[in-house]
Design a protein around this ligand. Structure first.
Ligand code: HEM
Length: 537
């Protein structure tokens, strides 16, 4: 049953449904004006007219007939072209599925599954009934859900002529029109290219490595050797520790700020800002969204001050942070406002996801002693080798730790920090025989692909060894998305996680306390991953 579908590709609102089902009311005139009748009328009239008038009328009639013939023929051609095109698209079927209840659709089912330990059950049930691609109605929009790697690949590789990003209203309001997460076309490619190249640069990786080593070491140095009663080791919440360190690294990489008063101010405002990302889209004084927008404004003022200082002191040194890269761009498209807004928006995907990656890795490793042992051995060997040579660890050393990299890949596969991505179709699209109408959303759900037993043997088992033979750059493994908007921070995320794990396993042993993963609205540990740590002798 497709209760709201109006063929023609427009989003099926209940109002449009009514329009589609109402009987059409073509006006009916009392007297028919057939061509034959008009011809006989004109003949009888012609008897009483003179020759020139008669000729003139004949000429007019001929012109009229020609106009009618041409008009009818072209209408026929346009119509058959449109029909032909639609027919071609219609060969693809709207996927099976249900649009659920009016207005709410299947959102309640989706959210209740998302809060459970197995959010993919929502998808699995429908996948069994309708296949890997099905239609639904979630978060106020008719949506095609894809749990098929190939369909998702097509969506992610398409540009803004077919699909554009789609986020909840509160999020788009907070990010602003010029956010990299929302802009399309040439400007998105430009900002993505500049930032991506900078994040990949060996110079930045070297800087991040030395900063991160410093911050991690000083943070871990504060962890007491013993707990208060000398029998129970000290309790540390990994998620909090990772967040503090990663935020400092991120802010330095983006805007060049060192820890201190301004960093503390930024952190405080950022917390206020992100609290509104999933709020109701009500912008009145005192509302959550309003307070978040105010916090963003305060951050933007500070960042714009930094940009102006940098513009005044331009010299030809290599860029040290993302602002340096963007202000050196010669296109004149990147205003101070666009740069400052994007610096804040860049913190959104980065601030939370890397600490969660570290936290989940600690959780999975704690539950798999064999993997933890192998990771520890690999990191101890590297440390000893470097100590013997009297060298510091470089970013390339961390990335060469193959088992650690496999453990991070496995954490990304199982943890699904970004479970999927929403796009909106801006025209009718056909993919692999599926019809996606213009105005509908597409939800490329990575989690189901990452936990698909036809792709991953024993998919719910933490098994870093599986990556020895597997390629991480395939479309069945997309923790960082893909195509036009592939995460530009993917190398940094892996590097930061490797550095944190290295310092943890080489300096401490630990016992994890009970905790559980929460998957909605963002992935995190309920108790912030408490572990009891003991410093290694
Ligand atoms: C574990 C860590 C991370 C995960 C799982 C992750 C995941 C993702 C995913 C799935 C996307 C694609 C979004 C889309 O297609 O709409 C994305 C985009 C993005 N990520 Fe990450 N990310 C991580 C870390 C980072 C870091 C550290 C940074 C920056 C320092 C970053 C910056 C970005 C940006 C700017 C985009 C938007 C790119 C664009 O739209 O052109 N991410 N990320």
């Amino acid at each position: 049953m497709q209760p709201f579908i109006c063929r023609g590709g427009t989003p099926p609102t209940p109002f449009k449904f009514l329009l589609c089902t109402l009987p059409s009311r073509t006006p009916k005139f009392p007297y028919s004006t057939s061509p034959l009748l008009s011809l006989s009328l004109s003949l009888s009239l012609s008897l009483s007219l003179n020759m020139s008038t008669w000729l003139l009328m004949l000429l007019c009639a001929a012109v009229l007939v020609i106009i009618i013939i041409v008009g009818v023929t072209s209408i026929f051609h346009v119509k058959s072209w449109v029909l032909g095109r639609r027919k071609k698209l219609r060969r693809a079927q709207l996927p099976g599925g249900s649009l659920g209840w009016p207005f709410v659709g299947e959102t309640i089912d989706f959210v209740s599954a998302a809060y459970s330990p197995c959010p993919e059950t929502f998808m699995e049930k429908r996948r069994l009934l309708y296949g890997r691609v099905f239609k639904s109605h979630i978060f106020g929009s008719p949506t095609i859900v894809s749990t098929d790697a190939e369909v998702s690949r097509f969506v992610l590789q398409s540009d803004a002529r077919s699909f554009v990003p789609s986020y909840p209203k509160s999020l788009t309001e907070l990010m602003g029109k010029s956010s990299i997460l929302l802009i399309n076309g040439g400007l998105q490619r430009r900002v993505h290219g500049l930032i991506g190249a900078f994040f990949k640069s060996p110079h930045l990786k070297a800087q991040i490595t030395s900063d991160m080593q410093r911050y991690v070491a000083s943070s871990m140095a504060r962890w007491p050797v013993d707990g208060p009663d000398h029998h129970r080791p000290h309790l540390v919440r990994i998620q909090d520790e990772a967040k503090l360190i990663v935020f400092q690294i991120l802010v330095k990489g983006l805007i060049g700020l060192e820890p201190g008063k301004e960093m503390d101010f930024l952190k405080q405002q950022f917390q206020e800002f992100i609290a509104g990302l999933m709020s109701l889209p009500i912008k009145v004084p005192g509302s959550r969204l309003y307070r978040s927008l105010k916090a963003k404004k305060r951050m933007a003022t500070l960042i714009q001050k930094i940009i102006q200082e940098k513009r005044r002191n331009t010299n030809s040194r290599a860029p040290r942070d993302a602002i340096d890269v963007l202000i050196n761009d010669s296109s004149n498209l990147l205003t101070d406002e666009l740069i400052s807004d994007n610096m804040i928006d860049l913190m959104i995907p980065a601030e939370d996801s890397v600490p969660v990656l570290v936290t989940l890795a600690v959780k999975y490793l704690s539950e798999c002693p064999l993997a933890l042992k192998q990771l520890e051995e690999e990191n101890m060997q590297l440390r000893e080798k470097k100590l013997m040579k009297g060298e510091n660890l470089e970013w390339t050393d961390y990335m060469s730790l193959s088992f650690t990299q496999h453990a991070i890949a496995e954490t990304l596969r199982m943890g699904n920090i970004i479970s999927g991505i929403m796009r909106k179709a801006v025209r009718d699209v056909e993919i692999k025989g599926h019809f996606i109408p213009k105005g509908w959303c597409v939800f490329t759900y990575f989690r189901s692909v990452h936990l698909d037993e036809s792709l991953y043997e024993d998919p719910y088992k933490f098994n870093p060894w599986r990556w020895k033979e597997k390629d991480i750059s395939t479309w069945s493994f997309t923790p960082f998305g893909g195509g036009q908007r592939l995460c530009p921070g993917l190398d940094l995320a892996r590097l930061e996680a490797s550095i944190f794990l290295h310092h943890l396993v080489t300096n401490f042993t630990w016992v994890a306390e009970d905790d559980q993963i929460v998957n909605f609205p963002t992935v995190r540990m309920k108790g912030r991953m408490p572990i009891r740590v003991k410093r290694k002798s």
